[in-house]
Design a binder for this molecule. Structure first.
Ligand code: ZN
Length: 332
């Protein structure tokens, strides 16, 4: 989202957070804005768009972006994870410029989004922080009732701001982080190249955050086994129960993000004896896919699955080359 319609600015000038003689030290260094493990318990779903035209490319020229996207989306794997609570943190020290709370968390249904747009509430519940050097960070889609700072408050890097939510114009629970320098949007991954991709200079991330934010595309955000049918909705909801030897079925599922045109997916499950239990192949993708789910399995026609370890291997190949492998296991 782009629009900034948060509460009025309060008391920023009076706090005088920026000493006049910072010189070189005014270069911003961002810490992770979410209290989760990138690549394990949360995932970068979308980056800033670096394509000046109607196409969309992230800073690496990859597909994890949509046209005009103005920030970085940190996604949690399910609504269950959101409900359990994932903290949002100040990416750098500064002064809270504005906040909004009270917007409901929703499921991204079209009716919800239309109402959100009509009300100019695309950011949902959010926080804007001003930093020295003319920088601003904005945190969007936070959980209703979670915003824990107030305008005018000084915050240190890492300070708790609230929790990841699903408010505003958001199709899934995530934190949208925008960064602006003197009012212009910039990409912290490649601040010097806003209109081209693949030429990133030094990022604005602190070294530890940069290490955590290594580029991953494609990547798996959910994988496991279920004892019955699995749908994109049930995976997004989270909390899929464990499979059992006597359940109605044994289904392996995987959801991946950041797939490119031409990618071919394979999900292959082997039984405890090492023999093929079930498999499915995703057809070669014609266009990039922000996310894709694959599942395969069998009904329990014999009344009991052979006990032991079932192994699901998910692979993505691109131009015949393996670009992603993920293994999940279940012991029945
Ligand atoms: Zn976003």
């Amino acid at each position: 989202m782009n629009r900034l319609l948060l509460l009025p600015i309060l008391g920023v000038a009076a706090l005088g957070a920026a000493p006049a003689t910072l010189g070189q030290s005014t270069r911003l260094q961002l810490e992770l804005p979410v209290a989760c493990q990138i690549g394990k318990t949360c995932f970068v779903q979308q980056y800033v768009d670096h394509d000046p035209g109607p196409a969309a490319r992230d800073y690496r020229c990859g597909p994890k972006v949509y046209d005009g996207h103005s920030g970085t989306d940190f996604r949690v794997p399910s609504r269950a994870a959101m409900t359990a609570g994932v903290g949002v943190r100040a990416a750098a020290g500064g002064v809270v410029k504005s906040v909004r709370d009270g917007q409901p968390d929703h499921r991204g249904a079209p009716g919800d989004i239309a109402a959100v747009k009509a009300g100019g509430l695309e950011c949902g519940n959010g926080v804007v922080i001003t930093h020295v050097g003319g920088y601003e960070t904005q945190y969007c889609h936070m959980k209703q009732g979670s915003v824990s700072v107030r305008p005018g408050q000084s915050v240190a890097a890492g300070a708790a701001l609230g929790q990841v939510g699903h408010s505003g114009e958001a199709a899934f629970p995530h934190l949208h982080l925008s960064l602006r320098a003197n009012g212009e949007r910039i990409d912290p991954f490649s601040p010097a190249a806003s209109n081209r991709c693949g030429q990133s200079g030094p990022s604005l991330w602190a070294p530890s955050a940069q290490a955590a934010l290594i580029y991953r595309s494609p990547e798996v955000i959910n994988a496991g086994f279920a004892g019955g049918p699995v749908t994109p909705d049930s995976v997004e909801a989270g909390g899929i129960g464990p499979a059992s030897a006597t359940g109605p079925a044994l289904v392996s599922y995987v959801r991946a993000i950041g797939l490119e045109a031409g990618d071919v997916q394979l999900l292959r499950v082997t039984a405890p004896d090492g023999k093929l239990f079930a498999e499915t192949t995703g057809p070669e993708l014609k266009i990039p896919r922000a996310q894709q789910m694959l599942f395969t399995g069998k009904r329990n026609s014999a009344g009991r699955f052979t006990p032991g370890v079932y192994r699901a291997r998910y692979t993505v190949t691109r131009g015949g080359k393996l670009v992603l492998e993920h293994v999940a296991e279940a012991r029945l």
